[in-house]
Ligand binder design. Sequence first.
Ligand code: C2E
Ligand code: SIN
Ligand code: SIN
Ligand code: FE
Length: 378
Amino acid sequence: MEIKEFSSTTAKKQLMLLADFGRQLTGETDFDKLLSVIATQISKIIGVKRCFIFIKDDKNKEFWSKIARGKGLKHTEIHLPLNGDSIAAFVGRTGNTVNIQNANENTTFSRALDRITGFKTNSVLAIPLINKEGNIIGVFQLSNKKNNKAFDGNDEGLLKLLASLAGTNIEIAALYNEVQLANLETIYRLAITAEYRDQYDTKAHLQHISEICHKLAKDLNFNDGDADIIKNASMLHDIGKVAISDSILLKPGKLTEDEYNRMKMHAIYGGKILESAKSKILKIAYKMSLYHHEKYDGSGYPFALSGVHIPIEARILSVADVFDALCMHRVYKRPWSEQKAYEYIVDHSGSDFDPEVVQAFKRIFDDVKKMYYVKIKK
Ligand code: C2E
Ligand code: SIN
Ligand code: SIN
Ligand code: FE
């Protein structure tokens, strides 16, 4: 009576967790986050002390622990040879399930994992992770249930169910990842096109600006996803320069007033190129390119916006852009020292720049300096 009661509540609980699992997986298109969600959910549903997701790497002929969850595994990355005698390699090679009740008595497998992690494995349940085409792409490996019992047929069925649910999502996320990488590459190449005419070191400039924007965004408490978007979008801020003629852009000396007025149009052109973009990253890039020469006190261009009327992404970029422009060689100026450029930014806090962004810049400056030392050493 009591036992029946217990198992029916357990079943109910598992069913709810399962529904939750489905919900959490849907819509998660970030590959890394998806695996992390899967590992958390599987550990919770089956109740295990350790959970690994090994990914097959044919190039390096190994399985490596993309996910390693459990006590003492925080920064551990485990690499097991494809043809070795670890459990993961066996499952990954053969596609068989391995369910070991008492690892101490089992002599088939090496204790490779325990040796690496200093953990005593009592029971292990491992199944292959298979994609739509039926190819093995990795291995789920659980060890030691929280209730110290061995894995039973229920657990095995449940893990297989979860893995097959996860498999489709993992594949979608992997595809999405690839599309996203292709997107970023396109953005990067576009950005280079816009910048290469007037700069000796386009790549370094883009890298500096995007890194500084990323650090500023993180310091200003943007979440990781948004900080990444700001980082990547920032590379397009001067895309409007493609529409500025060489005679102005490459002029070695100071611009006349008329030339400078035409130069200022690059912000408008950038806005035109990126306006009504659909993706989040290009929407941010739109704001950055249109507003990055606005100044906090309203003395900038093209609209003389001030304060919070200037989108925050543009206020962030403005600090990064001016700092790096000062430090870099330009056809019209010599590079400044990082210290002098830093003082310029601080001096123009509240007039040109948002004081809160300048405060953030002060906090990250030690980190920023390191990027420039690397450049000099090369
Ligand atoms: P950029 O070279 O990428 O510079 C971006 C911003 O950094 C400038 O925006 C300005 O705010 C700051 N900056 C760069 N160099 C200096 C400097 O020597 N002193 C000071 N105080 N600030 C500096 P700005 O002024 O709106 O210029 C926008 C773009 O117009 C520049 O982008 C550059 O492509 C062009 N430009 C500006 N001045 C000249 C110039 O005298 N000669 C030429 N050939 N181009 C210029
Ligand atoms: C392995 O996968 O290397 C074996 C795990 C264990 O030591 O029990
Ligand atoms: C900006 O135009 O956004 C920065 C202002 C400056 O210091 O020239
Ligand atoms: Fe600009």
